[in-house]
Structure formats: structure tokens, C-alpha cells
Design a binder for this molecule. Structure first.
Ligand code: UDP
Ligand code: MG
Length: 152
């Protein structure tokens, strides 16, 4: 089992897409372990996007991510990091495949609705930035019996 951090970015919440976006991950069988609406501070944005600090789009990215509240979630499942990224689609909404969240709902370069951790290592770090351990609920889900086989 693997965990990942999902963010429904401010455009997703403002456009009323949070429920539909979250449903895609639930439909796929990923389990929601933690969920909250919060405002990203510039300090948190700096830590979360530290790898992009030197990029030309960094200033705009921080301004976008801190402009309005977002939804943060911890998702769990087999290969949760990769599965989440595949459901999200390519970074640029205008380039992302139809059928993906970005491909279906975004036609922008930067306003692309969702963030998902890019590796299990970044997932661990990012989850710790957004959630205290006691905010993450580990629980048995009866449907897992039919979602995951012993061969998975
Ligand atoms: N971004 C942007 N312009 C770019 C590249 C990225 O505005 O040329 C924004 C976009 O919102 C993206 C975020 O910066 O989601 C982080 O970029 P990254 O390359 O990590 O893409 P992601 O992992 O989100 O697909
Ligand atoms: Mg990234």
C-alpha cells in the first residue's frame, strides 16, 4: 500500500469541481485517509514547491496557490502515487489527454486544478507538510475485498 498527497487547487474549489474531482479517485478505488479545506500560506507554498524556486513560473505559482483556499487530501492504495498522477493527466491542461482530470476540465498552462506527489519519497514529505499524524485516519474498508486481489 502506498500513500500520496492530493491537492485540489484554488481553481478547482472556486469552480465547484472539488466533489467531482474527488469522486474520480474514489471511483478508481483509492481510499481517502484525510481531507480538509485550507488556505496555503506563502511559507507553506515555499516549502511545498521548493524544487521550483528558480523556475520562471514560480512567483505566479505561489500567487495562484495562495490566492484562495484549496482542498488537501491523503489518498491510499496500491501504487497510489502513479495512479493519482495518471488520473490527473499531463501538467498543462491544454495538452492533457481527454479522460484525465486536467484533460477534461483545464485548458490552461498553470491553472491545472490538481497536484499529486511525484514519488513515494515526495509523498511522505508532502503529507507531513499538510497533515499532523493524528489527522490521518487508517481504517479498514470492506470494499477493498473486491478492489484489490491477492495478486495485485
Ligand atoms: N506550472 C506553470 N508553468 C509551467 C510549469 C508548471 O505554471 O511552465 C505550474 C503548474 O500549476 C504545475 C506546477 O507549476 O502544476 C508545478 O509544476 P510541475 O512541473 O511540478 O507539474 P505537476 O507535477 O503539477 O504536473
Ligand atoms: Mg510536480
Amino acid at each position: 500500500m502506498e500513500r500520496t498527497l492530493l491537492l485540489i487547487k484554488p481553481d478547482g474549489l472556486q469552480r465547484g469541481l472539488a466533489g467531482r474531482i474527488l469522486a474520480r479517485f474514489e471511483d478508481k478505488g483509492l481510499q481517502i485517509l484525510a481531507l480538509k479545506v485550507m488556505r496555503m500560506t506563502p511559507e507553506l507554498a515555499g516549502r511545498h514547491y521548493a524544487a521550483h524556486r528558480e523556475k520562471p513560473f514560480y512567483k505566479g505559482l505561489v500567487s495562484y496557490m495562495t490566492s484562495s483556499p484549496l482542498v488537501a487530501a491523503v489518498l491510499e492504495g496500491p501504487r497510489a502515487v502513479e495512479t493519482t498522477r495518471r488520473l490527473m493527466g499531463a501538467t498543462f491542461g491544454w495538452k492533457a489527454e481527454p479522460g484525465t482530470i486536467r484533460g477534461d476540465f483545464s485548458n490552461s498552462t498553470s491553472y491545472n486544478l490538481v497536484h499529486g506527489s511525484d514519488s513515494p519519497e515526495s509523498a511522505e514529505k508532502e503529507i507531513a507538510l499538510f497533515f499532523r499524524p493524528e489527522e490521518i485516519a487508517a481504517y479498514e474498508r470492506t470494499s477493498d475485498r473486491w478492489l484489490i486481489s491477492e495478486d495485485d
